[in-house]
Design a protein around this ligand. Structure first.
Ligand code: FE2
Ligand code: FE2
Length: 196
């Protein structure tokens, strides 16, 4: 029988199963794909937020280890790609393309804030990684609820700030050629072929 991990399934974390409404955008829709990453980050954060309580109740059991493995897989591999998409591709290209002086000034301030938050996320993640690795291996370990809360709080304002500004700026200022080169760069970062 298929084992269901209650921490993961309650959080609705991507189990590998997919329905039609879940089909992610491809690299030919780089902004759609980038937005999809935010939804996956939110799912992983929801799982992470349940973990300290679960550990306090039940200790490091199979569910806790499975949840820690899923969180690690995401934040060690996919999240750095996502930040690379932003810091190296989307943000610099927007800064080059925005022609309206007011938009540019607002975007520059937002970019500074978002990049500073990326650094804060990386610093908190560096403290969460080790205990999560131990839990993933089934070793007895707790997870500091304050660190988990801080990690979630940074994302709780960061993601809406990005969702609420970047797609509209991209729609107004990116050309079709920009979107294609963005998609190619994002595919390249992940070592996959750009769709033809
Ligand atoms: Fe970001
Ligand atoms: Fe983001």
């Amino acid at each position: 029988m298929l084992h269901r991990n209650p921490i993961v399934t309650k959080a609705g974390v991507d189990s590998g199963a997919m329905n039609l409404f879940d089909t992610p955008a491809g690299f030919d829709d780089p902004i759609g794909m980038w937005l999809g990453c935010h939804r996956r980050i939110e799912k992983q954060l929801s799982t992470l937020s349940k973990l300290p309580g679960h550990l306090a109740d039940k200790g490091v059991d199979a569910d806790a280890s499975n949840a820690a493995q899923a969180i690690l897989r995401y934040f060690e591999k996919s999240a750095p790609h996502h930040h690379g998409d932003e810091d190296r591709d989307i943000f610099p290209l927007l800064e080059k393309r925005i022609t309206d002086a007011g938009d540019l000034e607002r975007f520059r301030a937002l970019r500074r804030q978002l990049e500073a938050e990326h650094e804060r996320m990386a610093a908190v993640w560096a403290r969460l990684r080790k205990p999560l690795q131990a839990i993933a291996e089934g070793l007895p370990k707790t997870l500091d609820p304050a660190e988990v809360a801080t990690f979630r709080e940074i994302y709780a304002s960061h993601i809406p700030a990005e969702d609420g500004s970047i797609p509209e700026l991209a729609r107004r200022y990116f050309t079709a050629a920009d979107l294609e080169s963005l998609g190619r760069s994002m595919a390249d970062r992940r070592g996959v072929e750009f769709p033809v």
